[in-house]
Design a protein around this ligand. Structure first.
Ligand code: ADE
Length: 249
């Protein structure tokens, strides 16, 4: 197994590369790929930058050039459901590109000529990610996330959810937009900008993938401030804690 470990931004991956034994850096397509072992597991870490094209290019390079056999994307997301609160973790059981609409040629959300709108995450990988996230919340959360940050973001006992994650090339800052999406996708839990692009690439190459997101904001009018503060103060602590647990398993 060789795991590709992708986040969009530096703040979502801080600390993970420091866990790597014998890290080797390589460059391709304006990105730095770090190869090494985390807790004995062969990994390739990379930052994709933001958006579906960036994520798809990164996933393709990981598969074609670096030979990853599995891929995990971690980062933050806006909430797509009242039950998913800031600080909660959402693991994607299905990924969908909420900005794809080639109707009337194809149904809304369907990826033309692939014949599907929802890409299922790898059940085994996702199960292991859920396990790692659960252990993180139970055993690591309180000492990895300092009390000052827990109070500032009102992170009391974060919950873990599994379900539909929607991706699109849009940072959502309107509650009305989420209401519109929910009307078409009632089971939507979180919105972000990369996961479903990685899911499509992995589907096309027959590679198992999983996506884990920490809710940083409510995807409403307050999202820009909420996102920026959360990503700087908290996001990396989740990613580090959860992926360390995951690689150990
Ligand atoms: N990632 C984190 N917050 C987001 C939002 N509000 N919209 C899209 N992607 C996000």
């Amino acid at each position: 197994m060789r795991l590709g470990l992708v986040s969009a931004l530096q703040q979502e991956q801080t600390g993970l590369i420091d866990l790597m034994a014998h890290p080797a850096r390589m460059h391709s397509g304006m990105r730095e790929y770090t190869l090494g072992e985390i807790e004995g597991l062969e990994c390739v870490c990379v930052l994709s930058r933001i958006g579906k094209v960036a994520a798809a290019a990164t996933a393709t390079t990981l598969i074609e050039r670096f030979g990853v056999t599995h891929l995990v994307f971690t980062g933050v997301a806006g909430s797509g459901d009242a039950a998913a609160k800031v600080g909660d973790i959402v693991v994607g059981s299905q990924l969908l590109q909420h900005d794809v609409d080639a109707s009337p040629l194809f149904p809304r959300f369907e990826i033309p000529l692939i014949g599907k709108s929802r890409f299922a995450a790898d059940a085994l990988l996702t199960g292991e990610l859920v396990q790692a996230a659960q252990t993180f919340l139970e055993q690591d959360f309180h000492h990895l996330v300092p009390e000052a940050e827990r109070q500032r973001f009102r992170l009391h006992q974060p919950a873990l959810h599994a379900g539909l994650i929607g991706s699109g090339d849009e940072f959502i800052t309107e509650a009305a937009k989420i209401r519109q999406l929910k009307a078409a996708l009632p089971d939507l839990l979180a919105v972000e900008m990369e996961g479903a692009a990685v899911a499509q690439v992995c589907h096309e190459f027959g590679i198992g993938f999983a996506v884990l997101r920490t809710i940083s904001d409510a995807a409403d009018e307050a999202a820009p401030v909420g996102f920026t503060e959360f990503i700087d103060a908290v996001a990396a602590r989740y990613a580090f804690g959860i992926m360390r647990r995951f690689c150990r398993q």
